[in-house]
Structures are given as structure tokens and as C-alpha cells.
Design a protein around this ligand. Structure first.
Ligand SMILES: C[S@@+](CC[C@H](N)C(=O)[O-])C[C@H]1O[C@@H](n2cnc3c(N)ncnc32)[C@H](O)[C@@H]1O
Length: 196
């Protein structure tokens, strides 16, 4: 598959369009830090990436990658993203983007620690108040591992349920590939002036 067609690349293409220098971004599943690095570069030294992961191994891996690339605009949080709303109340209405790259930590010995439908939806529910006008949510959902299909369906249902008055949403699917290929979801909060 060419890079252009990869789920991560597609998500980054959308994200690039809605990020600018100085933005504050939440990477809700930092994993090995590749998305965190992408955000850190997009928003520059005046911006901030809040990198979250439930596994210490992932936080250490993200910190290591940031050090390698001399990035200092990242804050690290070892936590469950289901607690997004109470942990980051101070950022209400000021976050440019919240990103979820679901599933398990690539390269980890234990693949049983994966994102779960229920906590993913809890985290998505917190996004609306944290995001600024025009802010966006990006989700990559992998349907090929246990619970992955169920989780992708839960995310799709959640995205379809967003108010058309207040949000733009899209889903990208490789339509001639295996039915377990990843899905990319993207939602952008509309500007208040366009809602009234
Ligand atoms: C596919 S990986 C993320 C890849 C990462 N964005 C990167 O660029 O390398 C998914 C990550 O989600 C984390 N995770 C699973 N459940 C979580 C939860 N409830 N809260 C926060 N992180 C979670 C896993 O530990 C894993 O590191």
C-alpha cells in the first residue's frame, strides 16, 4: 500500500488542515509517539501537545522519541483517557484537536491492553466541551483485532449521532480491501456564527 493510502497518513492530511502554530492538542493514545511527534511539529514551539497513554511503556517510548527529535512542547500524562473531562477542565474550549489512534501498543509484548469501546466513547463524550470552535476529533479504528470491530462500530454510531447543526463528520474506508481494514473518522466542530 502506498503511504498516501495508509490510515495514519489520511488522518494526518485532515489534521494538518486544521492545525496552526501555537495550538494546544491532545494525543489521547500516544503509544510509541509517532502521532505526538507529528503534532509537536505542526504546532511549533509556542504550542503544546498533551500526550496521554494508559501504559507507562508507551509514555516512556513517546518521551524517548521526543528527546531524539529535540521536541520540548509535549506534556506527558499516564492516565486513562476516559478521565479527559475532569483532568483537563482548565482547557475547556481551548483545544484545537483531540486524536485517538485506537488499539494496542505496536511492538509491546502484551497486546491485551487495548482501547475499549466503553472508555473510548467516554473520552469522545468529553471532546465537545474541550474543543474550541473549528476544533476537530480524529479517530483511527482497527477492525482486525478482538473487540476492534465492536469498537469501530461504537465510534461510527457515536460520530453519526453528532448534531449536523454543530458538526461536520466524515468516515474514510478503503472500499475494495479486506473488511477489517482500518477506518478513519474525522469530526470538526462548526464555528458558532455558522450555527445560529
Ligand atoms: C495504536 S496505539 C497508539 C499509536 C500511537 N498514536 C503512535 O503514534 O505510536 C494505542 C495506544 O492506546 C493506549 N491505550 C489503550 N487504552 C487506553 C486508555 N483507556 N487511555 C489511554 N490510552 C490507552 C495503548 O496503551 C496504546 O499505546
Amino acid at each position: 500500500m502506498t503511504k498516501m493510502m495508509q490510515a495514519v497518513h489520511i488522518a494526518h492530511m485532515f489534521l494538518k488542515e486544521c492545525l496552526k502554530e501555537g495550538d494546544i492538542v491532545i494525543d489521547a493514545t500516544s503509544g510509541n509517539g509517532h502521532d505526538t511527534l507529528f503534532f509537536s511539529l505542526c504546532i511549533g514551539s509556542k504550542g503544546k501537545v498533551i500526550a496521554i497513554d494508559i501504559q507507562e511503556e508507551a509514555i516512556i517510548s513517546t518521551q524517548h522519541l521526543m528527546k531524539q527529535h529535540d521536541r520540548s512542547n509535549v506534556e506527558y500524562h499516564l492516565m486513562n483517557h476516559k478521565d479527559l473531562s475532569n483532568q483537563f477542565e482548565e482547557y475547556t474550549g481551548n483545544i484545537a484537536c483531540i486524536s485517538f489512534n485506537l488499539g494496542y501498543l505496536p511492538g509491546a509484548l502484551d497486546h491485551s491492553i487495548t482501547t475499549q469501546s466503553q472508555t473510548t466513547i467516554q473520552a469522545l463524550d468529553a471532546c465537545s466541551t474541550l474543543l474550541q470552535e473549528d476544533g476537530c476529533i480524529s479517530v483511527i479504528a482497527y477492525r482486525g483485532h478482538p473487540h476492534g470491530l465492536e469498537e469501530a462500530q461504537a465510534v461510527e454510531t457515536w460520530m453519526r449521532g453528532l448534531s449536523a447543526r454543530e458538526w461536520h463528520t466524515i468516515m474514510v474506508e478503503a472500499i475494495n480491501q479486506h473488511s477489517t481494514s482500518p477506518l478513519v473518522f474525522f469530526a470538526q466542530k462548526k464555528h458558532q456564527s455558522s450555527i445560529a
